[in-house]
Design a protein around this ligand. Structure first.
Ligand SMILES: Cc1cc2nc3c(=O)[nH]c(=O)nc-3n(C[C@H](O)[C@H](O)[C@H](O)COP(=O)(O)O)c2cc1C
Length: 331
């Protein structure tokens, strides 16, 4: 029997296959299917700061127009019957998932400012979330904002939350930092228990007829996992926090590589949207077989055995022999 168990954010998980935020992790039916197929934990879809802000503005408008008595005014907007639904239904979902599933449930917040998140974080914890993933989906588009200012936003948000909640907090990061490694160290110092590497930024497209910017979401491919694998290899052994590999993990071989370089878990989204929740059982079975064939007794034994700190040729991970690779094209 191969021991597939792993530790992630201080949680003992049955195996390293964790569905990341997606519509599949937001409904109890599909969450049950994920658990039945072998998912060892799941990350809920994010609660979005902008959605909560919008609700607050609606409430303010409502209170304001009531105070003025301008019910007939054009600007009057009634508060929808399901007012407060975003946060309330998120909390209800956590409670429902916790009472219906055996696996850990990780809540996810998407935003960049501390205001409001501290109370929200507390509520998520009270509702029973086992951990909290912060997805700081932030495009640093302001030419006046330095890299340090951008990084400080992340650090401040994390520090504020850590002060008020006790469940583990993990940061879902993009790869777009001047020094990813330094940023991860700073997050660890600020109290992060883990990082998810890396978030995918969705690229807006241009409609050539209407000349409008249109949102565009495309599922990932296996190739994207290589960026994650490289950075996890560089970090493992140098930082002391949990690492989730996210982005491009489709094939069992992608997952094995992530574990070999030191990921504690692999987050799965596109592959499950494409193949359905049951696909986890196939991945789990194939992972088990690979370990067996390669004479590993456990995931713990293989984890990190090819990270930079253990690699025979560490330089290969950093430079990847750039000149050689370029010159080898077409040969
Ligand atoms: C339809 C869809 C919805 C998603 N919703 C969220 C979300 O609410 N919060 C979040 O942090 N990531 C969200 N993601 C990102 C995924 O969790 C994941 O990080 C990303 O797709 C990369 O993993 P993959 O290559 O396995 O798809 C979403 C992705 C998709 C495709």
């Amino acid at each position: 029997m191969i021991d597939l168990s792993t530790e992630y954010l201080g949680l003992k998980l049955d195996n390293p296959l964790v569905p990341s935020s997606s519509p599949l992790t937001g409904e109890l039916d599909s969450a049950r299917q994920l658990e039945d197929a072998g998912a060892s934990a799941l990350v809920l879809p994010s609660l979005f700061e902008e959605a909560i802000e919008q609700e607050q503005k609606q409430l303010e408008r409502f209170v304001h127009s009531q105070a003025l008595g301008h019910y007939e005014a054009l600007s009057y907007q009634p508060v929808p019957e399901d007012y407060g639904s975003e946060l309330d239904s998120y909390l209800e979902r956590i409670q429902q998932f916790k009472s219906s599933l055996d696996i850990p449930v990780i809540a996810s917040l998407n935003g960049i400012s501390s205001s409001g998140w501290i109370d929200t974080g507390r509520e998520l914890q009270q509702a029973g979330a086992d951990a909290l993933e912060l997805n700081v989906y932030y495009i640093a588009a302001d030419p006046g904002a330095s890299g340090e200012e951008v990084e400080n936003r992340y650090l401040q948000l994390l520090a504020d939350l850590r002060e008020h909640i006790s469940i583990p907090v993990t940061m879902k990061l993009s790869s777009q930092f001047s020094s990813v490694a330094n940023m991860v160290v700073k997050l660890q110092q600020a109290g992060a228990r883990g990082v998810s590497l890396f978030n995918r930024f969705y690229q807006p497209d241009i409609d050539l007829e209407s000349l409008e910017i249109k949102p565009h979401i495309e599922l990932s491919s296996s190739m994207e996992s290589l960026l994650r694998i490289r950075w996890i290899a560089l970090l493992r052994g140098r930082v002391d926090l949990s690492i989730a590999a996210t982005g491009g993990f489709h094939q069992t071989h992608d997952i094995i590589k992530a574990l070999l370089v030191g990921a504690d878990v692999t987050h799965l989204c596109s592959v499950l949207l494409q193949n359905g929740p049951q696909h986890i059982s196939l991945l789990k079975q194939q992972l088990d077989s690979w370990l067996h064939e390669h004479e590993y007794e456990s995931v713990t034994q293989m984890k990190g055995s090819v990270s930079q700190s253990c690699a025979i040729n560490p330089a290969a991970l950093e430079h990847c022999n750039y000149m050689h690779v370029i010159r080898s094209y077409g040969r």
